[in-house]
Design a protein around this ligand. Sequence first.
Ligand SMILES: [Mg+2]
Length: 195
Amino acid sequence: MKIAVDVDGVLLDLMDTYCEVYNEQFETNYKKSDVTRWDFFEEWEIRERDAFEIFHKIYENSSDIPFIDEYALFVLKEINEIHHVDIVSARSEQYSVQLGDTLKSHGIIDGIHYQHLILVNEKPYDIKLRLNYDLYIDDNPHLAWAIKERTEIVLFLYDQPWNRNINEKNKKNIFRVKNWIDINREIKGLELLLE
Ligand SMILES: [Mg+2]
């Protein structure tokens, strides 16, 4: 299987850091759990451009963003031995070195835990589907909407407050995962199906 693993919201808990920076700048009191939409900035009444500027500021220095789940290291190493794992992020190419270094600081090493680091544009929101992976591990609800009709592709939707509006219950190719233990179990399930 060709597997695309997302970074923000799947490996790094970016939105905690985002809220901290945002609150400092605008004297607000938002928490990650308040981010209930992908386009949360519309509700928070700031311009999209300003919202993205904060993302870009954080991308420039990602070293303070907390790692989501230490168990990811074990799972990535194991699945990268059997499958082809790439890390695929919608951060622009200019943050490539910074992101590689951040991953390395958490023990995620290219060649061991993944093959390539691939960066794509932020928009369109389902742009990653053009890369033709068999399995996407991602928190983006837009991918879930786009993948519904593409039954040959599987999405593990990493549970986050901004994707809970996705009802995956009767979708055969979308599985909600809450942590990397869930991911490990679901991948084992897929492997059995493919045998
Ligand atoms: Mg993400």
